[in-house]
Design a protein around this ligand. Sequence first.
Ligand code: ZN
Ligand code: ZN
Ligand code: ZN
Ligand code: ZN
Length: 331
Amino acid sequence: MESENIECVSVSDGMVEEEEVAHIPHPFLKPRGNGSGTVSGGGGGGVGGGGVPAPVISPVARVHELLECPVCTNSMYPPIHQCHNGHTLCSTCKSRVHNRCPTCRQELGDIRCLALEKVAESLELPCRYLSLGCPEIFPYYSKLKHEAQCSFRPYNCPYAGSECSVVGDIPFLVAHLRDDHKVDMHIGSTFNHRYVKSNPREVENATWMLTVFHCFGQYFCLHFEAFQLGMAPVYMAFLRFMGDENEARCYSYSLEVGSNGRKLMWEGIPRSIRDSHRKVRDSHDGLIIQRNMALFFSGGDRKELKLRVTGRIWKEQQTLDAGVSTPNPCS
Ligand SMILES: [Zn+2]
Ligand SMILES: [Zn+2]
Ligand SMILES: [Zn+2]
Ligand SMILES: [Zn+2]
């Protein structure tokens, strides 16, 4: 049982939540530079927009400009409105301008611009994540729906306990976790971590520094935290996969904690970082340890948390029965 492979160097630093919470320097709220694979957070990154001078303006690009709301510059979707003089604006802006056309200041009325709505219907546009590798082209009105689900869309930073707004692809986020959040990086598929906290009875919520594991050419985030589950204070450890859910299903992991001949074990499938840290926690999809049990496992006088969590990540040979009919993404 004492397989001390990859004894974690950071074993005793048991970062406490005070440090974690206070320790959220935010010099990196935005993706730095124009690094590859990063996309700015919100905004309607329009195709053909963005100040790049196009030598030849295609008719599609011109039409697309027409579909940009002159007030908020987002793409317009039905109902598209216009004033008596023909100035168009989106329905969100219409509800904000107190019945005055923002362009000519005339009374706005309630006129739909059906012609423009029809033109939009005839358009086919590339996914906005074209530059991140998505080759798909969509009718104007189904583009948004695809983009919300597009597998090339950037990921949110998986760091827990902060409002980090950095987004990007996996290599970019790995570098960001290492450089900006100072996260521990480990190579290998087994781990042996000790989580330490003095006065554990005084805190209801705590988040320990996450650890990133690199194995099978993939990255995994190990989370550990304390929270209140109903009336009971608990600790929870779980793994998230840095990638999409269909790929996460190719892996399994186990966690083990115990002492004095008792142990708790968990075997599960890592969740994709598409699922927020909070969502995973609230679904209880991980190893949950009651505080009294955790303190028992810590030994000593039960005044201090000293929990040794061991674990392993492995790759499944084939898809689980849930995906029998779909192509095997694990191979
Ligand atoms: Zn608008
Ligand atoms: Zn007008
Ligand atoms: Zn796409
Ligand atoms: Zn971050």
